[in-house]
Design a protein around this ligand. Structure first.
Ligand code: DQA
Length: 147
């Protein structure tokens, strides 16, 4: 099974950026440990981080026919970008939305997700562990759908 991990704006600064909110692990560390877990699940993992909305949309388009499912933390675009949700529908790639922090316990402008209506599942507030939970859940969902 081929899984893509997509991270959006400012997540390249994980480990440095507001560690009290987002934790101390870097994105490279998170990607490396997720790739290991993916291996134990018999999956390949492709990791992409983009700061621009259009770049993220291009990255999603590039998944067409190349991956079975995706995990995305679109950062602040999660709250605004119907275009990112549309990109996933356009290429028919099932996705799980992840947020390190519990966006529903934060400022009002973070309490709504434009992506969630298109997501297979949403994980918030588990910190970096949320990516692994999302991977395991996504593999189960896709595997179940195939069986
Ligand atoms: C975030 C939450 C967003 O509100 C914020 O803009 C981020 C990170 C999270 O992982 O908790 O960039 O997606």
């Amino acid at each position: 099974m081929r899984i893509a991990l997509l991270n959006g704006p400012n997540l390249n600064l994980l480990g440095v950026r507001e560690p009290a909110v987002y934790g101390t692990r870097t994105l490279a560390e998170i990607e490396a440990s997720l790739a290991q877990v993916a291996g134990t699940l018999g999956c390949t993992l492709t990791c992409v981080q983009k700061n621009g909305e259009g770049e993220l949309i291009d990255a999603i388009h590039a998944l067409r026919g190349q991956c079975d499912g995706a995990i995305i933390n679109a950062g602040a675009y999660s709250h605004t970008s119907l275009a990112i949700r549309d990109a996933f529908s356009s290429v028919s790639v099932p996705f799980v939305e992840v947020h390190l922090s519990n966006i529903y316990a934060r400022e009002p402008e973070r309490r709504h997700s434009m992506l969630a209506p298109g997501a297979k599942a949403v994980l918030v507030g588990f910190g970096a562990a949320g990516y692994e939970l999302a991977l395991r859940g996504l593999v189960g969902l896709i595997g179940g759908a195939r069986a």
